[in-house]
Unconditional design. Structure first.
Ligand code: PMV
Length: 323
C-alpha cells in the first residue's frame, strides 16, 4: 500500500490563463508545454490502517500553507474514491526547486501525489485518464503526465479535458534555462489570477487569437524552426502578462530582476546568441534556447544581479512510479 512517484515541472510555451469552470479546472484555451528534466517533485504515499487522519510532510519546507495541505488531501480523496477505500495516508513530498516562484511546483507536486497514490492502491489508468485526474488537483499537473512536448486539450466536459504528447522527448534538442530569482512565494496565487483574467479588457482579444497561435506553434515545432517558435513563445508570455497587468486589481508577477533578464535576452539576440524568454505566474524567467547554447546562457544568467540559481532543463519524460 505504498508507492513513490517522480514527476517533472513543465514550462508552458502557450499558457493556460483563465478557466471555463473553476472547480473542474477546464481551461479557456488549449496550452502547449514541455516537461523539464531537472526540476521535479518526488512523492511517497502510504495508505495505513493505523492512521486516523492524513499526514503530510513537505521535506525541506518551513512554511506550509493550509491551502496546499487541503489540495493534497482532496487529491487523496479522489484516489480513495476510485480505490473504494477509506484508509488514511502518510504523504512525504519534496521539490528540488523553490515553490510558487513561477516554476510549476503545483504541476510537479500534485501530479506526483496523484501517481503515487494510485500506485499505492494499485490502480491502473491510461495517460488520458491519468492526466485528466491530475488536472483536477492542479490544471498544469495534467501536463506533467505525458512525456516530452505536450498539448492540454481544453475539452468541454470533465473527462474530455486532458493532456497528450504532441512530440516525443527526443524530437528537438531545446533547453529551458530557468533563472530562479527569489525563494519568496508570490503574493497572488495563480488560482486568483485565473479568476481575474476576465476583468482585463484585453482578455477576449487574447482568446480570439488562441487557436491560430496553437496551430502556428505546432507547425514551428514540427519543422524545428527555432526562430519562428521562439518569437511565438515570447509574444505569448507578454500577452499573458498583459492580461495580468490589466486585470482588476492588477497583478504584476515580475520583479526588477525579471525585467533585467528580459532586456538581457533581447540584447543577446542582437549579438547573435539566440534565445527567447517566457514567464509563468512569478518572477522567475525561463530562457528557451537550443541545447548547444545552454551552458553559455546559464553562465550569463548567473552574472545578472538578483539571479540566485540557473538550472538547465532538457525535455523530459512525464510522471513515473519509481521502483
Ligand atoms: O496550474 P496553475 O493554476 O498554477 O496555473 C498556472 C498557469 C501558468 O503557469 C501561469 C501558465 C501555464 O500554462 O503553465
Amino acid at each position: 500500500m505504498k508507492a513513490t512517484a517522480k514527476s517533472p515541472a513543465n514550462i508552458a510555451f502557450i499558457k493556460y490563463w483563465g478557466k471555463t469552470d473553476l472547480k473542474t479546472r477546464i481551461p479557456k484555451n488549449n496550452s502547449i508545454s514541455m516537461c523539464l528534466s531537472d526540476m521535479f517533485s518526488v512523492c511517497t504515499v502510504e495508505f495505513r490502517k493505523d492512521l486516523k487522519k492524513d499526514e503530510v510532510e513537505f521535506k525541506g519546507e518551513k512554511i506550509v500553507k493550509k491551502r496546499e495541505l487541503e489540495r493534497i488531501i482532496k487529491t487523496l480523496d479522489r484516489v480513495r474514491k476510485l480505490g473504494k477505500t477509506s484508509l488514511r495516508a502518510r504523504v512525504t513530498t519534496e521539490n528540488n526547486f523553490p515553490k510558487a516562484t513561477g516554476i510549476a511546483s503545483s504541476a510537479s507536486g500534485l501530479s506526483a501525489v496523484t501517481v503515487a497514490a494510485l500506485g499505492a492502491l494499485n490502480i491502473k489508468m491510461n495517460t488520458k485518464e491519468l492526466s485528466s485526474l491530475a488536472r483536477l488537483a492542479s490544471g498544469t499537473a495534467g501536463r506533467s503526465i505525458p512525456d516530452g512536448f505536450v498539448e492540454w486539450v481544453k475539452g468541454s466536459e470533465e473527462t474530455e479535458s486532458y493532456s497528450k504528447q504532441i512530440f516525443p522527448v527526443d524530437w528537438w534538442e531545446i533547453c529551458d534555462v530557468v533563472a530562479v530569482v527569489t525563494k519568496k512565494m508570490k503574493k497572488v496565487s495563480s488560482t486568483e489570477g485565473h479568476k481575474l483574467a476576465e476583468t482585463s479588457p484585453f482578455y477576449k482579444e487574447r482568446l480570439k487569437g488562441m487557436e491560430k497561435k496553437i496551430i502556428r506553434i505546432k507547425k514551428a515545432m514540427r519543422e524545428r524552426n527555432f526562430s519562428k517558435f521562439g518569437r511565438i513563445v515570447e509574444d505569448e508570455a507578454l500577452n499573458m502578462h498583459a492580461i495580468c497587468m490589466t486585470s482588476q486589481p492588477s497583478i504584476i508577477y515580475w520583479s526588477e530582476t525579471t525585467v533585467k533578464i528580459i532586456k538581457e535576452v533581447m540584447r543577446w539576440r542582437e549579438e547573435d546568441l539566440e534565445s527567447y524568454f517566457t514567464i509563468d505566474a512569478g518572477p522567475s524567467v525561463h530562457v528557451i534556447c537550443e541545447k548547444k547554447q545552454a551552458q553559455k546562457i546559464k553562465k550569463r544568467l548567473l552574472k545578472v544581479k538578483g539571479v540566485e540559481r540557473a538550472v538547465v532543463n532538457n525535455p523530459s519524460t512525464g510522471a513515473r512510479l519509481l521502483a
